[in-house]
Design a protein around this ligand. Structure first.
Ligand code: FE2
Length: 157
């Protein structure tokens, strides 16, 4: 069980078998825990902290989605459109929530952070597992390695 400071922990069962993507998923989990810790302070401090930290987190999410979508497009993944629309809806929902916080509407960072956790874990466990199966069945290791090398060049950080 995660401790008081940790909302969500990486588990190898979340692995999609591609280190580049697993590393980014781990980073998403780290970001969620960081936001969570920030939300556990007093209400005003949490609000200030959250609004300062959420933008970096959203940027990382968008970066990760761009890498993943490029990978799926390059590998001609048949369900790429549905996958992209899940990503898009998620980013839209985050922006809407952050906007309403900024406008002073009810601020419930804890609820938001739990939504983040639930979405990330279910997305990784369901949607990302589906493309993992497609890749395992349809893409040779050599082709995958070449595509990943290109992706690292394009999106390397
Ligand atoms: Fe995804």
């Amino acid at each position: 069980m995660p401790g008081d400071d940790i909302l969500v922990e990486w588990d190898d069962k979340y692995s999609v078998g591609i280190q580049l993507i697993d590393d980014q998923h781990k980073e998403l989990i780290t970001l969620t825990n960081t936001l969570y810790r920030g939300c556990r302070t007093g209400a005003d401090a949490a609000r200030t902290y959250f609004l300062g930290a959420i933008h970096g987190a959203v940027e990382y999410v968008k970066y990760h989605f761009a890498v993943e979508e490029k990978l799926l497009e390059t590998l001609a993944y048949p369900a790429v459109a549905a996958h992209k629309s899940e990503h898009r809806d998620f980013v839209k929902k985050i922006f809407q929530d952050v906007k309403s916080f900024q406008e002073g509407k009810q601020f419930v960072p804890n609820t938001f952070v739990r939504f983040l956790r639930d979405w990330i874990l279910s997305h990784i466990a369901v949607m990302d597992k589906k493309y993992m199966e497609y890749i395992q069945e349809n893409v040779s290791r050599n082709v995958l390695d070449a595509v990943l090398l290109d992706l690292r060049k394009l999106y390397g950080r």
